[in-house]
Ligand binder design. Structure first.
Ligand SMILES: Cc1ncc(COP(=O)(O)O)c(C=O)c1O
Length: 479
């Protein structure tokens, strides 16, 4: 059930819920014009045949950009695109919502460009996504790192405590913004309510990268969205779990936000393509309409029920462990992070893929991450649980597990230079061994989830070496 969103009846047309971009695209499709504009493949007429066969003539026919056929424009938002953004703001409980192409990455870059400037101090969690780092390199703002709790058994960063934020704000009165990620990639949830109370006490805006939490607002069994907990701006990757097409996201400005959204709007205009794909924008409109509909509510309920089913099955498998809410932090039930004794996550991932045709969201040295998505059926989870039961009962030998090789970074940074200065400094490439004692000049991050091992300006130490199995050389600041 929607938290503070009115439920709309699912009767007429297919949903009785407005989807202005979808409707405008439908009208354009049904009323073709003589087209003398981009895209030059002209409704798929001039395109590689095999590609056309693969994706279908209709998809190519619908591939157009803004400005034409009364489809509106993205920057500034006009017509159906403006209306769709307004409907999204209502659905998510925001004052203003912006559609993002190039994912939440575009949202984070825009926030950095619009709301931070050179030398400005900002609290950022150390395990933030690299798009936030890129944004800070562009703006020149200085991150004051907050290192979340470590969940050692799982080799992951956990929750951020309000106390940590308060200590940093108390210590340095020049800090002017707090920008944190919630939940983590593995679904660990921080107490945003308390963090937002602290931010208000110190009169600094709170930005929450909620890329992995776009369903939360629509189901009571999921954690509360930061938009309802006092954050000033929130980024959502709708394409990750919300049902829109890849690379589409939303940036929301909350109802009581202290931010001036005009500056965010300007930055988005600078960062976005000037030829936005209407198909992608329509998919955002459609995803919002679906999440609001009775059908969407049922899909989320089903995803939660499937997650419960999977977790219950996993509890019965000896040697298999799953990350659950613990003292101090909660988890999003739909993100299931598991490990099996004797197997590294990477090995488990490949057994699942090769022997069972199962592809999981990601694997670390420790475990694999399974997403219980809106589109999955109960039988998918049954098949997965059966496969895991079988794997856990077999005696696999895994050199990665035995050698305890690591991929996930868990180190506290030693900062020698500013992020931006190191990034733009003269650089040289040296071997991993020679790099010890030098200052990193690049972002070294495993993807997914794109969390950094080393950032520009940080001292490279012996401790980093186990995390750098995939690197022979590193870029360092020239001496
Ligand atoms: C926490 C977080 N923020 C932002 C992003 C960037 O999102 P997108 O892929 O939508 O650009 C990611 C991507 O994985 C992420 O994990």
């Amino acid at each position: 059930m929607v938290k503070d969103v009115k439920i709309l009846n699912d009767t007429n047309k297919s949903t009785n819920i407005k989807a202005p971009i979808v409707d405008a695209l439908k009208t354009a499709y049904n009323n073709p014009t003589y087209q003398f504009h981009i895209p030059g493949h002209t409704r798929g007429k001039a395109i590689f045949k095999d590609f056309k066969k693969l994706i279908g003539e209709k998809a190519l026919n619908l591939d157009t950009t803004d400005e034409f056929d009364n489809l509106g424009t993205l920057h500034p938002a006009t017509g159906p695109i403006k209306e769709a953004q307004e409907l999204a703001a209502i659905a998510f409980g925001a004052r203003k919502t912006y559609f993002l192409l190039n994912g939440s990455t575009a949202g984070n870059l825009a926030i950095a460009m619009a709301l931070t400037k050179k030398g400005q101090k900002i609290i950022v969690n150390r395990n933030c996504h690299r798009s936030i780092l890129t944004g800070l390199m562009i703006s020149g703002a200085e991150p004051i790192w907050v290192c979340p709790n470590k969940i050692e058994d799982w080799s992951i960063w956990g929750n951020i405590e309000a106390r940590q934020i308060e200590e940093l704000l108390e210590k340095d009165k020049e800090i002017s913004m707090v920008w944190i990620t919630n939940p983590t990639y593995e679904g660990v949830v921080s107490d945003i309510k308390s963090i937002s109370t602290i931010c208000k006490k110190y009169n600094v805006p709170l930005i929450v990268d909620e890329a992995h939490g776009c369903l939360w607002h629509f189901n009571k069994q999921l954690p509360e969205s930061a938009l309802n907990l006092g954050a000033d701006a929130v980024v959502h990757s709708l394409h990750k779990t919300g049902g829109s097409m890849s690379q589409t996201s939303m940036l929301h400005i909350s109802k009581d936000s202290c931010l001036n959204e005009k500056s965010v709007e300007k930055a988005l205009k600078l960062l976005h393509t000037t030829s936005p794909s209407l198909l992608l924008l329509a998919s955002l409109d459609a995803a919002r309409a679906n999440l609001e509909s009775a059908q969407g509510h049922k899909q989320i309920e089903k995803a939660v029920a499937n997650a419960k089913y999977l977790r219950k099955r996993l509890d019965t498998i000896p040697n298999l462990h799953q990350l659950k809410s613990d003292f101090g932090y909660k988890t999003d039930i739909t993100k299931v992070f598991i490990k099996i004794d004797g197997l590294s996550g990477k090995r488990l991932e490949s057994i699942l893929e090769i022997d069972f045709g199962i592809e999981v969201e990601s694997a670390s040295d420790i475990g694999v991450l399974i997403l219980c998505n809106l589109g999955n059926k109960r039988s998918d989870f049954k098949y997965l649980a059966d496969a895991l039961e079988k794997i856990a009962s077999e005696n696999h030998k895994d050199i990665y597990y035995l050698e305890k090789r690591k991929h996930m970074p868990m180190l506290e940074p030693k900062i020698m230079m500013s992020l931006r200065d190191a990034y733009y400094a003269n650089k040289e490439t040296v071997s991993k061994k020679e790099a010890i004692g030098r200052i990193s000049a690049e972002v070294v991050a495993e993807c997914p989830p794109g969390i950094s091992i080393l950032l520009p300006g940080e001292l490279i130490t012996e401790e980093h070496i186990p995390y750098l199995n995939d690197y022979d050389n590193l870029e360092v600041v020239k001496q």
